[in-house]
Design a protein around this ligand. Structure first.
Ligand code: AMP
Length: 276
């Protein structure tokens, strides 16, 4: 496995590769990330994992400075998982000049996570477009855990006619249902025991909808109250349609239930798809 830090070296290394599968990450890798690399390997002989903590997608009061940076351990995990190349540029390689040219992902950037994290999806879409230009993959794999991000990337690829096949992988979870996340490392022992409740609450909503409940705003209000009563600070827990993540109506059949909530100082997100 090659660990590469510059675009020039990456281009040289990739020149002879005919089919590249790409997994962009911010590092501090866990089984969820490695599952994405294994999916990429099914689509391409050469797999590239990028590791870059992207300042552009963090708000001023977010955890950019304390975000875990574990490149050595990440490389060990990638090598064991059969990754071909780790691309780990530093900030001056990614942003040699202030990034004045950015990607505007449209209305979807302003809903759900975009409310609590203004500018987040512009930062994500911009760095992903830059990474696509650097790696020039045939296939790129993203995790459905970040469902809204998948929609933003889908819009990016479709609307800019990028010749990249997208694969959206299922969410990898701990045995108790908690979605794996680099941010889970921030949780105290008590918070870690509580954390699966977010997924459990989404599943309770799914059960209610399967049982015929169509008053989605009532369902959402009850779930917000249940989370608050257990000490969470929810940003949203909501029933949306899969197509554009706008609020679902009783007529919609392809739904996704999404939640974001703070437990102590840690913000967790999760979602569950539901087809009626
Ligand atoms: P991150 O390093 O958090 O930016 O995530 C890099 C990629 O891994 C993104 O496509 C995420 O959606 C994906 N990812 C993170 N956690 C999970 C998970 N638990 N299951 C599946 N994909 C994940």
């Amino acid at each position: 496995m090659d660990v590469i830090h510059t675009v020039a070296e990456l281009r040289r290394r990739l020149a002879a590769e005919r089919r590249v599968g790409f997994v962009p990450t911010m590092g501090n890798l866990h089984t969820g990330h490695l599952d994405l690399t294994r999916i990429a390997a099914r689509h391409a002989a050469c797999t590239v994992v990028s590791i870059f903590v992207n300042r552009l997608q963090f708000g001023p009061s977010e955890d950019f400075d304390r975000y875990p940076r574990t490149l050595g351990d990440d490389c060990v995990q990638c090598e064991a998982a059969g990754v071909s190349i780790v691309f780990a540029p530093d900030e001056s390689e990614m942003y040699p000049a202030p990034q004045s040219c950015t990607v505007d992902p449209g209305p979807i950037q302003h809903i759900l996570d975009g409310v609590a994290r203004p500018g987040h999806f512009r930062g994500v879409a911009t760095v992903v477009l830059k990474l696509f230009g650097m790696v020039q993959p045939q296939v790129a794999v993203f995790g459905r855990k970040d469902y809204q991000q998948c929609k933003v990337i889908e819009g990016l690829v479709t609307q800019f006619s990028l010749p990249i096949e997208l694969v959206f992988a299922p969410t990898s979870r701990a045995d108790d249902g908690l979605a794996l996340s680099s941010r889970n490392g921030y949780l105290s022992v008590t918070e870690r025991a509580e954390a699966p409740w977010l997924n459990a609450e989404l599943r309770r909503m799914v059960d209610a909808i399967r049982a015929g409940q169509r008053e989605y705003s009532q369902l959402e209000a009850a779930s917000v109250a249940a989370l608050v009563a257990r000490g969470w600070q929810p940003d949203y827990i909501t029933v949306r349609r899969q197509s554009d993540l706008e609020p679902a109506t009783a007529a919609d059949r392809s739904l996704v239930l999404l939640a974001a909530a703070r437990l102590g100082s840690t913000r967790l997100i999760d979602n569950v798809e539901l087809s009626l």
